[in-house]
Design a protein around this ligand. Structure first.
Ligand code: GRF
Length: 204
C-alpha cells in the first residue's frame, strides 16, 4: 500500500509508521509526507528516511476550499491508497473528506467520543478522569466524529501534569497507529457506511 502522511509538527507518529515500514514484512510504504508548516520537524524525519516531502502553506490561499483543493492535487500525485493524518492541525472541508472517503484516518488523543477538539489532556485532568487514552478513527465530515477503529487506554494518576499524561498517551499512539495502518494495508479494514469493519466484524 502507498501511504501518504499529513503532519503539522513533530511527527513522532509519522516516525513510528516509518519505523514499522522498515520491516520487510510490513505491507505498506510511506511514499510522501505533506505539511502545512514548512518548519515542521516531521519533514526532517521524512527527508532522513528518503521520503518525498511537500510543504504547502495555507497562508497563500484565501479560502479553506482553495487550500484543500490544492492539497488534494498534491496527495493525488502520490497515487495514495491511504491518507494518514498524524498531528495535521487543520479542519478539513467536506470536499476533501469526501474525495478520500474510506481511506482517510486520524489519531486523536482522547477516548472518543469524549474530548473532541483541542487540549484533550488538560480537559481530562480538569475533569478528574482516572482513565484517558487515544483513538484511531476513520475521518468523516464530523470533526473527530468518524467511526472508531482502535483505542488504547492509559491511567491518569494524581498530580499528573499535561506533559506526564501526553507522554503516556504518545507511547500508546506509537503502538496502535502502525497497527491500524497495517490492517488497512492488508485490506482487512474498511469503512462501510458509519462503521469501521475489521475482518468482516463491525468495530464498536
Ligand atoms: C498526537 O497527540 C496526535 O494524537 C494528535 O497530534 C499529536 C501529534 O503528535 N492528533 P506527533 O507530531 O505525531 O508527535
Amino acid at each position: 500500500s502507498r501511504i501518504v502522511v499529513l503532519i503539522s509538527g513533530s511527527g513522532t507518529n509519522l516516525q513510528a509508521i516509518i519505523d514499522a515500514c522498515d520491516d520487510k514484512n510490513y505491507p505498506g510504504e510511506v511514499v510522501g509526507v505533506l505539511s502545512n508548516k514548512e518548519d515542521a520537524y516531521g519533514l526532517t524525519r521524512a527527508k532522513d528516511a528518503n521520503i518525498a516531502t511537500v510543504s504547502l502553506s495555507h497562508k497563500a490561499f484565501t479560502t479553506r476550499e482553495d487550500y484543500d483543493q490544492a492539497l488534494i492535487a498534491k496527495i493525488d500525485a502520490f497515487d495514495a491508497d491511504l491518507i494518514v493524518l498524524a498531528g495535521f492541525m487543520r479542519i478539513l472541508t467536506p470536499a476533501f473528506v469526501q474525495h478520500f472517503q474510506g481511506k482517510l484516518i486520524n489519531i486523536h488523543p482522547s477516548l472518543l467520543p469524549k474530548y473532541q477538539g483541542l487540549n484533550t489532556h488538560q480537559r481530562a485532568i480538569d475533569a478528574g478522569e482516572t482513565e484517558h487514552g487515544v483513538s484511531v478513527h476513520f475521518v468523516t465530515e464530523e470533526l473527530d466524529g468518524g467511526p472508531v477503529i482502535l483505542q488504547a487506554k492509559v491511567p491518569v494518576f494524581d498530580g499528573d501534569t499535561v506533559d506526564d499524561l501526553s507522554a503516556r498517551v504518545h507511547e500508546q499512539e506509537h503502538r496502535i497507529y502502525p497497527l491500524v495502518v497495517k490492517w488497512f494495508a492488508e485490506k482487512r479494514l474498511t469503512m462501510q457506511g458509519d462503521n469501521a469493519v475489521l475482518d468482516g466484524n463491525v468495530l464498536a
